[in-house]
Design a protein around this ligand. Structure first.
Ligand code: ATP
Ligand code: MG
Length: 346
């Protein structure tokens, strides 16, 4: 999928956020499948916090049902949910201004899936390139119905609160198209109820992991936000590079080296070409030292805040309970509106 139009639209949205933050509602989230990583931070977390701080209403979903898209059972769910909450708070999500909730706690949201599924064809579901990629990387021998339908479930996640901006990584662009299609078709059939939301891409919509492919929680190639400095050093030491000692930034031909350079560049707020030039003929070892220092320095304050919040897990979990309540009330109201529009009101 071409990034050009999404990038242009993202730039246009930036101007509006500043002028009229109250016209926007941000909705985005993560699956509790493991610890959040630098790809999340630079791909979406940073944008969530930035928009919250500009005065935009922000909703963050912990997508627990969607854990089951590519595995039989949701392992260590409690631990991963706690981890997500800690990462959100540590990166600056403020529960007084933003709403954090989980799928399974908001039944009315999930009920939207039924009418929404009637709005898309099986062929459309099968064509989604991200779903195809996730099937290829799935740990299951068969593909479940949930895998094919979860982009429609995501439409329910976004539209239940009438979210109109969705800060996401590049892999989510096809899903956003599904949400837009669902909203448009619903409105055409039943009257104007939903906005057609826009994706908001960050400057790093696809951060690569230590193996040179998309950094992902479940692919064992990520640098977790909450890792210790030593763990971070070890992960980066094991990263894939190549035999050329002269370090250059070339994502096409040198994904491993370039992914590492991009990590350092983002953490240092610099251009990856400049970082490469500075390392010059230093080879993979010097590159990895630079990246490790940059990442650990950048994450240190966040990690300190995370450790502080971890001292008070009852508070951390209360953030989710309060968010669930707010999301539930909004979902009920939207479901009523949907039933009314469809002639199903009681
Ligand atoms: P999993 O491997 O379990 O699918 P994930 O690392 O892909 O985990 P998700 O919970 O699926 O994480 O994605 C949450 C959000 O983070 C999405 O908006 C996604 O686009 C974004 N994101 C995930 N990985 C990256 C990445 N490497 N670069 C940029 N954005 C990313
Ligand atoms: Mg994913």
């Amino acid at each position: 999928m071409s990034l050009g139009p999404a990038r242009r639209r993202s730039a246009e949205l930036e101007r509006h956020f500043r002028q009229t933050p109250d016209r926007f509602r941000v909705m985005t989230g993560d699956r509790p499948t493991g610890p959040l990583h630098l790809g999340h931070y630079f791909g979406t977390l940073h944008n969530r916090v930035r928009l919250q701080d500009l005065g935009v209403d922000v909703f963050v979903i912990i997508a627990d049902y969607q854990v089951l898209t590519d595995r039989d059972m949701a392992d260590r769910l409690g631990e991963y949910k706690d981890g997500l909450l800690l990462d959100y708070l540590a990166t600056g999500i403020d529960p007084a201004r933003s709403t954090v909730f989980s799928h399974s706690a908001v039944p009315a949201l999930n009920q939207l899936l039924l009418p929404f599924l009637s709005l898309v064809s099986i062929a459309e579901l099968g064509r989604n390139p991200t779903v195809k990629d996730e099937i290829a990387n799935s740990r299951q021998s068969t593909v479940s119905g949930l895998m094919y339908t979860y982009p429609v479930h995501q439409a329910a996640d976004i539209l239940f609160c009438k979210g109109n901006v969705v800060p996401v990584g590049q892999d989510q662009l096809p899903h956003l198209e599904t949400t837009r299609t669902v909203a448009r078709r619903f409105n055409e059939r039943y009257g104007a109820v939903f906005p057609e939301p826009d994706a908001l891409l960050s400057a790093a919509p696809l951060l690569l992991g230590t193996d040179g492919t998309k950094m992902s929680k479940s692919r064992g190639n990520s640098v977790p936000l909450g890792a210790t400095a030593d763990e971070t050093a070890r992960l980066i030491k094991g990263a894939m590079t190549d035999a050329d000692r002269h370090i250059t930034y070339d994502p096409e031909t040198r994904p491993g080296v370039s992914g590492l350079l991009m990590l350092a560049a983002l953490c240092l707020g610099r251009d990856p070409h400049d970082v490469a030039e500075e390392i010059g003929d230093g080879g993979g070892a010097a590159l990895k030292r630079t990246v490790t220092d940059a990442v650990n320095t950048f994450l240190a304050p966040m990690r300190a805040r995370r450790a502080e919040y971890a001292q008070d897990m009852p508070y951390v979990r209360s953030v989710l309970r309060a968010g669930n309540e707010r999301a539930d009330a909004i979902a009920e109201a939207t479901l009523d509106e949907v039933r009314e529009a469809m002639g199903m009101s009681r």
